[in-house]
Design a protein around this ligand. Structure first.
Ligand code: APR
Length: 179
């Protein structure tokens, strides 16, 4: 599949083993780690990542929802980890869709700033943050499509790494709607 002429790959698996230039972490505002994909990335990437997150916090404070920061990949195959904070789903009346779209777009901006050409996303906000996965997948695809149409040739591959079948199917369906 392609999205704005850029290869789009949907992978069923573990984001910590992806060989993309950058992988994206579904972090929380503290940037100090957590469970889910956040825990997995910090476990696999090692303490260097947390050390860099602490320095970012000291310099600019916490990361508000929709924003993104970048660290090295530590021991991961990926050279970079983009830490973004998705919205907590509160029923959909609090602009959660805008915040989620910003999380994807700001993650792409941080990766573009370091000239990463391949980037792997998890399904941001659809775990502990409770965002309905079908809705989140559509927001994700549209946000990436908008970013790529405004930033031609910024990436060669966008990858979604999905941890279970239901999530994979939701992103597959969303990808088809924007083909
Ligand atoms: N690889 C890919 N996807 C994963 C992995 C992994 N190793 N581990 C979990 N996931 C998936 C989950 O199954 C879910 O589909 O990532 C998606 C996002 O779920 P969470 O990790 O719970 O992230 P989120 O919903 O954005 O909640 C963020 O949870 O872990 C804490 O510190 C984090 O407070 C923050 C909150």
């Amino acid at each position: 599949m392609h999205i704005e002429g850029v290869k789009l790959l949907l992978v069923r698996g573990d984001i910590t083993i992806q060989d993309a230039d950058a992988i994206v972490n579904a972090a929380n505002s503290s940037l100090l780690g957590g469970g889910g994909v956040d825990g997995a990335i910090h476990r696999a990437g090692g303490p260097a990542i947390l050390e860099e997150c602490r320095k970012i916090r000291a310099a600019q404070g916490s990361c508000s929802p929709g924003n993104a920061v970048i660290t090295s990949g530590g021991k991961l195959k990926a050279r970079w980890v983009v830490h973004t904070v998705g919205p907590v789903w509160r029923g959909g009346d609090g602009n959660e869709d805008v915040t989620l779209a910003n999380a994807y777009k700001n993650s792409l901006s941080r990766a573009m700033e370091v000239e990463a050409k391949t980037i792997a996303f998890p399904s941001i906000s659809t775990g502990a943050y409770g965002y309905p996965v079908e809705k989140a997948a559509l927001v994700a695809m549209n946000a990436i499509s908008e970013f790529l149409s405004a930033n031609k040739d910024s990436f060669s591959e966008i990858r979604f790494v999905l941890f279970d079948d239901r999530t994979f199917q939701a992103y597959e369906a969303a990808a088809k709607t924007i083909q």
